[in-house]
Design a binder for this molecule. Structure first.
Ligand code: ZN
Length: 233
């Protein structure tokens, strides 16, 4: 089940339940209005129905939680399968902090993708990568072509920086280390911070490299689109 914001509801039945919902259809990839069939109650906490894409007739399941009065509970509309389109990546606020224009390029790329403008989306992504490389590289390398800039990144960006200070945190007198002698001194906040630190390390050292290998193998095995005018019928 995928949460839909209440703002995606365009019209409601007299009983307050959603009648039309706007979302990106996972089948036709267009932003479309979905018309809900009459809702059916299941138990006392949930109503459900099906809804249909007004463009391609694709059907999706719609589920709404109820409040104590049996009315639709705000912020609790769900759909299955997930709508099409992509949402903003977690942590995008760090990109905004690094550079407002880069964050806007990323937003534009997402919007174009979500409007099924594949070519314009890909060109905007290239523009984003150029901007990112230019932001992270020293001035003398900013005018290099993108492939050279991306090569230069591995020498000019300090990839060890996220790993700094971790050893110190774990040392016997460090913020975490000093708790290990007396387990009972460890409170929720400390346990939470440790778990978060471990998750960040796992993301950086294990998840990111693994996902990049997966993506590269998907790129390598993706069907190659035929070029226009290549003479292949
Ligand atoms: Zn559709």
């Amino acid at each position: 089940m995928h949460h839909l914001p209440d703002s995606s509801i365009q019209a409601r039945f007299a009983n307050g339940f959603a009648r039309t919902v706007e979302l990106i259809c996972p089948q036709c990839h267009e932003k479309a209005i979905f018309e809900a069939h009459p809702w059916q109650e299941h138990g006392r906490q949930v109503v459900a129905t099906e809804m249909q894409c007004s463009r391609c007739e694709n059907e999706m399941l719609l589920v709404q939680l109820l409040d104590d009065m049996g009315s639709s509970k705000p912020g609790s509309l769900f759909t299955y399968p997930a709508p099409g389109g992509r949402s903003t990546m977690p942590g995008a606020q760090h990109l905004q902090a690094l550079s407002g224009p880069l964050a806007r390029s990323y937003d534009s790329a997402l919007k174009l993708y979500n409007h099924a403008e594949w070519g314009a989306a890909a060109l905007t992504v290239r523009h984003l990568l150029e901007g990112l490389a230019a932001r992270l590289l020293p001035a003398d390398k900013r005018s290099l072509p993108l492939p050279r800039q991306l090569e230069a990144l591995q020498h000019d960006v300090d990839f060890a920086r996220p790993l700094q200070d971790i050893a110190q945190l774990m040392a016997p007198d460090g913020a975490f280390g000093r708790h290990f002698d007396d387990e009972s001194s460890i409170d929720k906040v400390t346990a939470e911070h440790m778990l978060e630190l471990a998750e960040q390390l796992l993301q950086y050292l294990v998840v990111l490299p693994g996902e990049m290998v997966d993506l590269r193998s998907r790129i390598a095995t993706a069907p190659v689109p035929l070029r226009r005018g290549s003479g292949v019928a």
